[in-house]
Design a protein around this ligand. Structure first.
Ligand SMILES: NC(=O)c1ccc[n+]([C@@H]2O[C@H](COP(=O)([O-])OP(=O)(O)OC[C@H]3O[C@@H](n4cnc5c(N)ncnc54)[C@H](OP(=O)(O)O)[C@@H]3O)[C@@H](O)[C@H]2O)c1
Length: 241
């Protein structure tokens, strides 16, 4: 197959979980532009957000609820690409408490595992692939976020494990590690002064955008990455160098 049209997703069904806002929304829009049939999720109903979801099918999902993940999978009769952009973080030392720690592990890691397993059959049938979103904190931990850091490091190893286990079944599994992207997740680090301070630590001298991250996700999901599985692609402007 020619690689020239590898980013044409026409005829491909893509589910981007956690795409009501932020990076996931940018990823969903990029897949839509690339011709995919795009479904997305958010924790609320579509009308609760300011974003324009036209052309996408919206599903409500709380990834902490196992029954909702199971039910989501029943709404699909085929799937080519599963992207998991769901992520959460707690501040003010809440991740140092057991309740907060477990909540973040449940959203960022346990829920991710169930999402992957619920869509296994459909991805095996299509020869599809999974792209997870971890973080540069999987490499360099965040001082005040033990649960977020551990969950993202865990997600990298989960990605590698599923890639090994499911490679023989024709399913690729990869993960993208963003650096700083201003979104609601990072709202408390995104004042102009904080952005300037962070920017000075980034070799490319700017923070990332959802589109920067979408580039890596579409690459992994496409035939350009046909022989790549179990890999982490760091998209951080060089901050972890
Ligand atoms: N922004 C960064 O600098 C950065 C850096 C590294 C990694 N990441 C990772 O990139 C991914 C996207 O983050 P973002 O910055 O775009 O954050 P965001 O704007 O807050 O988006 C997070 C998405 O996850 C959904 N979500 C949150 N809790 C959920 C739950 N319990 N069940 C189901 N969905 C839930 C949100 O839904 P609602 O909109 O309904 O809340 C939203 O769609 C996350 O995995 C994050 O850890 C982000």
């Amino acid at each position: 197959m020619s690689l020239i049209n590898a980013l044409d997703f026409d005829g491909k069904k893509v589910l981007v979980c956690g795409a009501s806002d932020g990076i996931g929304y940018g990823v969903a829009k990029a897949f839509l532009e690339a011709g995919a049939d795009v479904s997305i999720t958010g924790t609320r109903t579509a009308d609760a957000y300011d974003n324009d979801f036209s052309g996408m099918q919206f599903h409500t999902l709380d990834i902490q609820d196992p029954a909702m993940i199971t039910e989501l999978a029943t709404k699909f009769d085929s799937l080519d690409v599963l992207v998991n952009c769901i992520g959460s973080v707690l501040w003010k030392k809440a991740e140092f408490e057991r309740e907060g720690f477990e909540k973040i592990l449940s959203i960022n890691l346990t829920g991710a595992m169930q999402l992957c397993t619920e869509f296994y059959d459909l991805l095996e049938a299509s020869g599809g692939n999974i792209v997870n979103l971890d973080s540069v904190v999987s490499i360099r931990p965040a001082l005040n976020n033990p649960a977020y850091s551990a969950s993202k490091a865990g997600l990298v190893q989960l990605t590698k494990t599923l890639a090994m286990k499911w490679g023989p079944r024709g399913i690729r599994v990869n993960t993208v590690a963003p650096g700083m992207v201003p979104t609601k997740l990072t709202a408390n680090q995104s004042s102009p002064e904080q952005i300037e301070q962070i920017t000075n630590t980034i070799p490319l001298r700017r923070v990332g955008s959802p589109q920067d991250i979408a580039g890596g996700v579409l690459f992994f999901a496409s035939p350009l990455a046909a022989y790549i599985t179990g890999q982490q692609l760091v998209i951080d402007g060089g901050v972890t160098l």
